[in-house]
Design a protein around this ligand. Structure first.
Ligand code: MRU
Length: 366
């Protein structure tokens, strides 16, 4: 399978050709079953985001944008105020699905702005404009990840030694499944393949990523499918791996970057960053500029999603593996302190500390 066929096979989200449903790959079934499902109602779209059938910050944003366009297309009212009111209710409902990834709110706000800017047009035309805006968000995401990949690829090239693979560690899934095409943390790897590197020129260590196993199930699936040398290890094996010199660089995605550069990503990412600092391994956060939230001053203000206890105690086991009634701590994200981050790779350029100044220099948030 060539790389383009591979991207088609795992296409995260699109509209059906008739534009009557959102068509997603159900990520809860991967890697065992590759099944696409169609979402039509607001409840189905909300549930798919909440239950991580579609997940990863940019993919959540794209899904919410298409979801809102789809729901708007079914609104009966022909008068703008009535139409706006119903679409706004859908927007608020979809926004309540997950709290941490800022791309969800960013995409929904962008759709609402488009709706407001089209105020003077007939409702039938506005419905078309909303679909077009969602298409734009999806297409831009492809280009954004490509740019991130180009910058990350330069880092890989500098680290590459003749006859040896570059050891890369990543956490969770910030891959093609989490975006519209290249992923963010995986974009440097896919760009390397496009530029003629062999899969064996890289060795990617995927943290398993407890409790929902996005690394073991999703990142390992997509990298292995694309021919890149891939190893899975449990999250608590990272320190040994790093101490043995197997990792030259770490690329992770993120769900929200605060103004000071603190970055929220899948639970366990901060542990990885602390460890990397100890072993002197460069730690890069790959972030579309839509993930940078200048309204949030530091990581302390980023809301952290708490999830059901069953994800820890039952989901992956034949029988419940913790005593009935025991308390469970299950946050979905943690925050990497900006001091631990070597660089934040955005589509506009590489940001290094002080991050707020770098964001300003690159025009992020303008
Ligand atoms: O809970 P998830 O699976 O949505 O968490 C995903 C992550 O933490 C990703 O690293 C992040 O969203 C970036 S995806 C390009």
């Amino acid at each position: 399978m060539n790389i383009e066929e591979f991207f088609d096979q795992v296409l995260t989200v699109r509209m059906t050709p008739e534009r009557d449903a959102l068509d997603i790959i159900d990520q809860t079934l991967l890697p065992g079953t590759i099944r696409r499902i169609e979402l039509r109602t607001k409840e189905e779209i909300w549930e798919a985001i909440k239950k991580l059938r579609v997940r990863g910050a940019p993919a959540i944003g794209v899904s919410a944008a298409y979801g809102l366009a789809l729901l708007a297309s079914g609104v009966k009212s022909d008068d703008y105020d009535g139409f706006y009111k119903e679409v706004k209710e859908y927007k608020d409902y979809l926004a309540s699905s997950r709290p941490t990834a800022v791309n969800l709110f960013w995409a929904l706000n962008r759709m609402e702005r488009t709706l407001i800017d089209s105020k003077d047009k007939p409702v039938a035309e506005i419905k078309e404009i909303l679909f077009a805006e969602a298409d734009k968000i999806r297409e831009e995401d492809v280009q954004i990840s490509r740019n991130i990949g180009e910058i990350g690829f330069k880092i890989l090239k500098d680290l590459k030694k003749e006859g040896e693979p570059v050891g890369i560690e990543t956490h969770c899934n910030a891959g093609t499944l989490a975006t519209a095409k290249y992923g963010t943390a995986t974009a440097p790897m896919y760009i390397a393949l496009e530029k003629g590197w062999k899969g064996s020129d890289m060795h990617v260590y995927c943290d398993e990523t407890r409790p929902l196993l996005q690394g073991a199930r999703l990142t390992a699936f997509e990298l292995h499918q694309s021919g890149i040398t891939t190893t899975v290890q449990c999250d608590n094996m990272a320190s040994l791996l790093q101490s043995q010199g197997k990792v030259q660089v770490i690329f992770v995605g993120c769900d929200r970057v605060a103004k000071n550069g603190d970055a929220a990503n899948k639970i366990g990412t901060s542990l990885l960053a602390i460890c990397a600092k100890h072993y002197g391994i460069p730690f890069y956060v790959c972030a579309p500029s839509s993930t940078i939230d200048l309204e949030t001053p530091t990581g302390k203000e980023i809301p952290i999603e708490m999830r059901d206890a069953e994800e820890v105690t039952e989901m992956w086991y034949k029988e419940r593996m913790s005593p009935e009634g025991v308390d469970v701590f299950n946050p979905a994200f943690d925050v990497v302190d900006h001091d631990l981050i070597t660089g934040i790779i955005t589509e506009k350029g590489l940001c290094t500390a002080p991050f707020d100044e770098a964001f300003e220099r690159l025009g992020i948030g303008k």
